[in-house]
Write a protein that binds this ligand. Sequence first.
Ligand SMILES: Nc1nc2c(c(=O)[nH]1)N[C@H]1C(S)=C(S)[C@@H](COP(=O)(O)OP(=O)(O)OC[C@H]3O[C@@H](n4cnc5c(=O)[nH]c(N)nc54)[C@H](O)[C@@H]3O)O[C@H]1N2
Ligand SMILES: Nc1nc2c(c(=O)[nH]1)N[C@H]1C(S)=C(S)[C@@H](COP(=O)(O)OP(=O)(O)OC[C@H]3O[C@@H](n4cnc5c(=O)[nH]c(N)nc54)[C@H](O)[C@@H]3O)O[C@H]1N2
Ligand code: SF4
Ligand SMILES: [Mo]
Length: 707
Amino acid sequence: MMDTQCPFCSVQCKMTVSTDIESLAGVTRTVYRTEGKPNAASQGRMCVKGMNAYQHTIHAERLLQPLMRKAGKLMPVPWEEALDAVATSLASTLSTQGPDAIGIYGGGSLSNETAYLLGKFARVAVGTRYIDYNGRFCMSAAASAGSKVFGIDRGLTCRLADIPLAQCIVLAGTNIAECQPTLMPYFHQAKENGAYIIVIDPRATPTAAAADLHVQIRPGTDAMLANAMLKVIVDEGLVNEEFVRKRTHGYEQLLTHLNGVDLNESAALCGIEPEVIRQAARAFGGVKTGIIFTARGVEQHTDGHMAVRAFLNLVLATGKIGREGCGYGAITGQGNGQGGREHGQKADQLPGYRSIENEADRAYVASVWGVEPDSLPGKGVSAYEMMELIHQRKIETLFVMGSNPVVSNPNARLVEEGLKKLKLLVVADMFLTETARMADIVLPVTSYLENTGTMTNLEGRVLLREAARPAPGETRDDWRILCQIAAGLDRGSYFLYKDAEHIFEELRLASRGGSADYYGITYDRLRREEGVYWPCPSPDEAGMDMMFRESFALSDQKAVFTVVESCGAGEQTSEEYPLILTNGRVLAHYLTGVQTRRSPSLTAREIENFVEIHPRTAQRWHIRDGEWVEITSQRGSFTVRSRIKPNIREDTLFVPMHWGGVQNVNQATRAELDPFCRMPGFKTAAVHIRPLHLSVVAISADRGEWL
Ligand SMILES: Nc1nc2c(c(=O)[nH]1)N[C@H]1C(S)=C(S)[C@@H](COP(=O)(O)OP(=O)(O)OC[C@H]3O[C@@H](n4cnc5c(=O)[nH]c(N)nc54)[C@H](O)[C@@H]3O)O[C@H]1N2
Ligand SMILES: Nc1nc2c(c(=O)[nH]1)N[C@H]1C(S)=C(S)[C@@H](COP(=O)(O)OP(=O)(O)OC[C@H]3O[C@@H](n4cnc5c(=O)[nH]c(N)nc54)[C@H](O)[C@@H]3O)O[C@H]1N2
Ligand code: SF4
Ligand SMILES: [Mo]
């Protein structure tokens, strides 16, 4: 029996996986059974992804040996040869071009120990400024907004147990029913307790099915909606004056700004009725307790940072934070989306959420690492900007651990062109992903069932996931691979660890005194207590479950209101590109689908990509249900099957992000970045759509075959 934790989303449901040998008609086979294990977050529930998560780990395509490109083909090689080749190439690039010709690209699926070590590897073993990770596309808008407004970024400021206590819940651009399904019962409980639920989404999602009010806005207009809601709250006297006076700054400037906000104009731009905005504002402003949640629907825009701050204005103006049944939650995405953004795999960050640009932070972390502060590089650039530097040949070597960037970056064509120009691409993964297929060297890693490490879930609770079975084939743990390459670069003395716990012990020290302080958390404690919230500065203290009861984390202990100027962040539609393409997720698949597309049970639920299109829009563009269509933006095209559904706005198309190649929605997404956090404007692209039936017939005739 294997005691483990789901490798997918940020809830991190605990589970057991057991195996049995069964014989049927003389054939024996191993049967796997997954069961949810009681735990504070999912309370023992599992969703369909977790139930089937063992399937990819036993898939025949699992990489079990290192691969190296020889005469154009990836061939199995011994570890020594692969690691030697990586170290030799890195050393040669370092001596000829310097460290900044090397880029490191991490991910939010990596454990805290690996994410921490990857940051140290970049700064101490390689010495490059260029490190960033896929969380840039995920958490950067909300994380930067939380840091600015509250002084600290932890996904949920409250406990999951506060959800049923809230009288009004706003779910903005978050589809919990498909993306964190095991959390839905908290919302159902809230409803049973009489809560009013508002869902803000261009689509009537399964989450919206639980809503009392569905605000079906035009993509890219959340900041405007939140501003307009605030105006109603102010105009109707629903502001918590005492909270504003005692615990915040900047309210006066905000009031002046709100004078210029026109409700009818905002409603028109958001594509909804003014009355809906009034209703939402009164519902949230008129009750004593409430929580606002945002996720990628609000955040993955060129104004994502400001859009989140506009929602935080609502939280502050109504004083709904720091007490029972109140708070703000950025619903973190990846398994370790929270911890992965705290310990240094971000371009400007050192462990414990320290800043690489702050002298004291540099000196402290350098002392833990035993290096000179001046030897640490400065800040680099964001994930997509690394892809631009690669395209410009400024970065010539890329080391990827825990991401499939050729599918998940916006503007996929530029990314693919860039990766082809690299002198060396190294990918550490469990599978030959779309990115790994382009690599020169592929390093096979252990899966969640086989490695030990801590993950920090969406609540900010650190959980220990211990190895549950031996590593298959020649797979190795990520951290060990980093240590071995560091040794090949003559930096091995900084990377002497005997196991993951040993790395965690160093992480505790490195984060000590930082805003994400893990010093008080130990493996022993995690084994005893199931999980511990950060910040936890001392082993004798309980972690902090509810933040900001008395004070915020900025220097004067107050939170900050933000003047949010907004006229919408969507890409402008035109005669040529008349529709807005947005994108996201479905229940059965996870991110670029590398793992879930290798699970027969999950793939059977959705075998190919599709576009949700409103019946009237389909009619207008001559599209029948279930036929192949091509969707094109200024950047490029992709091909998916049509799914005609009245749940979506007429001006909007929705396409999942789980497929690569010709079905990759990111062929069409745009690369413009949010100026504050460098989040790409994923969630809107102006596009046109056309049915493919005519051209398919033409191609078939050409080839003399039926496609
Ligand atoms: N099944 C599944 N679960 C997952 C994942 C997965 O891939 N599959 N991924 C995990 C990760 S890493 C993440 S980041 C989270 C993501 O979790 P979510 O952010 O909830 O997921 P998305 O589907 O990207 O977007 C949520 C909703 O935003 C809506 N939306 C699109 N544009 C806009 C807009 O302009 N405004 C508003 N208000 N809404 C808009 C979409 O219609 C969609 O329903 O999920 C995690 N959980
Ligand atoms: N259009 C569009 N694009 C998006 C988004 C969107 O909503 N719309 N969402 C964005 C978001 S929120 C995210 S989080 C990104 C995610 O996009 P990616 O970073 O590409 O995420 P994954 O597809 O999960 O790829 C992770 C890879 O890491 C491997 N892996 C898993 N665990 C481990 C491990 O422990 N070690 C190692 N070495 N490898 C491991 C998996 O096999 C997989 O190949 O996509 C972004 N891209
Ligand atoms: S995908 Fe998320 S909700 Fe589903 S079992 Fe895994 S951790 Fe739990
Ligand atoms: Mo994400």
